[in-house]
Write a protein that binds this ligand. Structure first.
Ligand SMILES: C[S@@+](CC[C@H](N)C(=O)[O-])C[C@H]1O[C@@H](n2cnc3c(N)ncnc32)[C@H](O)[C@@H]1O
Length: 229
């Protein structure tokens, strides 16, 4: 990957004015989208894999080529790490053998998160590393904090870590967390110091861009997701 990534360009001067309304709606109305059969099947396989490995769970949501999944598995050898991405192309790239405590799953997170919540999964760590920014104001609903699945991300609980090269994405995410949970979440500059967790992290850093991060501990709270029983 070449280190000539352009900085995010947005037509938003600050947090989106519709953010609070979208978060309130997500917290009040069940997400109607049916679960796709392919993600249901992928989730069942992940459940079976996990059942054979009793360690605490780490989710790497939007893992891309899965390098972060591998690194997290090495960093936390007593944990099991599941990387999820919808791109078969990215997941199929050869980055060497997966550690025994890591699994890559092709699935749509909008469905995977809801299935994980319904199955009672409680990740101890949950990473959202460089999600697609969708920087145009019109695309707020495609950012994770503007999407109806947002409450499910929080409901799973654990140490949530979001990283992005777009400060406003992380700031909006923090505002959405505060609205949903009343837990304040801080945004901090992040310097990887050569220890890159993902290819996008390396690319943005090598292009001279600032990186931003939010981490906070959330208790599992399934009731946050409307329609969860
Ligand atoms: C900008 S890339 C970052 C990939 C990786 N985390 C990294 O930092 O190198 C965002 C990733 O999120 C994945 N993604 C976006 N929406 C998704 C969804 N609904 N379900 C699963 N993966 C999704 C994309 O396929 C892509 O691989």
């Amino acid at each position: 990957m070449q280190a000539n990534s352009r900085a995010i360009v947005t037509n938003q001067p600050g947090p989106h004015q519709d953010l609070a309304r979208r978060v309130a709606r997500a917290l009040a109305h069940p997400l109607q989208k049916p679960i796709a059969a392919h993600t249901r099947a992928a989730f069942a396989k992940a459940e079976a894999w996990r059942a054979a490995r009793p360690g605490p769970l780490i989710l790497d949501a939007g893992c891309g080529v899965g390098i972060s999944t591998r690194r997290l598995a090495e960093r936390f050898p007593d944990h099991v790490v599941i990387g999820v991405d919808r791109s078969a192309d990215r997941l199929s790239r050869d980055h060497g053998e997966l550690p025994d405590n890591a699994l890559l799953v092709r699935a749509d997170l909008v469905d995977f998160w809801r299935l994980a919540l319904a199955a009672g999964w409680q990740p101890v760590r949950h990473y959202l590393l460089y999600p697609n920014p969708y920087p145009k104001a019109a695309h707020l609903k495609m950012r994770w904090h503007g999407h109806p699945v947002f409450p499910a991300i929080l409901a799973l609980g654990g140490r949530l870590e979001l990283r992005s090269n777009w400060r406003l994405y992380v700031e909006e995410f923090a505002l959405a967390i505060e609205q949903a949970t009343e837990v304040p979440a801080g945004v901090e500059a992040y310097r990887p110091e050569g220890d890159f967790l993902t290819p996008f992290e390396r690319k943005y850093h090598d292009s001279g861009q600032s990186l931003w991060r939010l981490t906070l501990d959330l208790p599992p709270a399934p009731a946050l997701m409307p329609g969860h029983d």
